[in-house]
Design a protein around this ligand. Structure first.
Ligand code: ISE
Length: 324
């Protein structure tokens, strides 16, 4: 993801300069810096954040580094676009929230980029325009070709599903009050990429179901359908060609999330640049509070998976800094 963001900054973000590529692998940092025209490379994230020639930070390192590096950016007074999740710990998310509240301003834009995806934006606009009537349910499918080797069994809930936790909140304008998590019989929950099926209840009485299958094999396939009193709206993936060959007509799936949500990343990163220039937080972007909400749901989801019980979700009070 860091390499993809570096390409967006260097090729599609006029006014932004890719100054330093920081990576644990010096060879990878140099390769990306050469490809994208960065001025320098580093292996020291904290030192890079503090550099006088670095104005803003884009964090695309492993999940467990997101909150600490966001805190370092805040302490350095530098805006940061942080990849999701902000943290897999709701407590760490509150640490970032407290750091922003104590400074009286937001620094961190969080990378729940689906909010910028044209299909989800159309889904939300259709609901907000009243064309669906009141929404009662939202169905979500999130399938990867193959889970990364380092994926633990629960990362379907703590790493993949936060996209749906966030985008369903965003579309419905709701928060969650409970989660139940199921797995098909005979599935080894500890195995990398084991499928999970979640049912969430919102504070508006709606139901949101999420299937995460990170070993779907056939392609990267994210679907959604929002159900209202007057109708429903499906998400469509951006498919540019239809193939005819060998007595078949077919379309191709993306191999992973980056091409499927390329436009969302581009729009998200442009919104971040505007935030940096104006200091006005983007209206539809996710922030540290949204990161806390997603982490809290994920923690409840892990508990629900482990216990087989429906788990209630109770959030702390939302600081006024995050009222938009
Ligand atoms: C990854 O971090 C993403 O953000 C992708 O959108 C998601 O499909 C994948 O499961 C995550 O690991």
């Amino acid at each position: 993801m860091g390499a993809d963001h570096a390409r967006i900054v260097s090729e599609d973000l006029p006014g932004a300069t890719l100054q330093v590529v920081c990576d644990a692998s010096p060879a990878r940092a140099r390769k990306i810096a050469e490809e994208c025209g960065a001025a320098d490379v580093s292996g020291d994230p904290i030192g890079t954040i503090k550099r006088a020639d670095v104005d803003v930070v884009l964090i695309a390192s492993p999940d467990e580094t997101h909150a600490p590096l966001s805190l370092a950016a805040i302490e350095a007074g530098k805006p940061a676009l942080c990849e999701k999740p902000l943290s897999q710990s709701s407590k760490e998310c509150l640490d970032v929230i407290n750091a922003e509240v104590s400074r009286g301003r937001q620094f961190v834009q969080l990378g729940f980029m689906r909010r910028f995806d044209p299909s989800y934006r159309d889904m939300k606009a259709t609901l907000d325009d009243g064309l669906l009537g009141n929404a009662s349910m939202m169905h979500n499918f999130h399938r990867n070709v193959e889970a990364p080797a380092n994926f633990t069994g629960q990362m379907a809930i703590t790493n993949s599903a936060p996209h749906e936790f966030d985008v369903a909140r965003f579309v419905l304008g709701a928060d969650y009050k409970a989660i139940s998590v199921f797995q098909p019989a005979g599935v080894d929950a500890s195995k990398t990429g084991a499928p999970v099926f979640m049912v969430l209840e919102t504070d508006k009485g709606q139901l949101v179901n999420i299937e995460i299958n990170n070993n779907a094999a056939y392609g990267y396939d994210v679907r959604g359908e929002l159900i209202g009193e007057k109708g429903s709206i499906f998400l469509n993936a951006p498919v540019h060609t239809r193939h005819n060959a060998q007595l078949m007509a077919y379309e191709r799936y993306a191999p992973d999330w980056r091409p499927r949500f390329a436009e969302a990343y581009r729009l998200q990163n442009k919104a971040f640049l505007t935030f940096v220039r104006t200091g006005v937080f983007p209206a539809i972007a996710s922030d540290a509070w949204d990161g806390y909400c997603a982490a809290l749901v994920a923690e409840a989801g892990v508990e629900a998976l482990q216990t087989g019980e429906r788990v209630s979700i109770a959030m702390t009070n939302k600081p006024s800094l995050y009222n938009r």
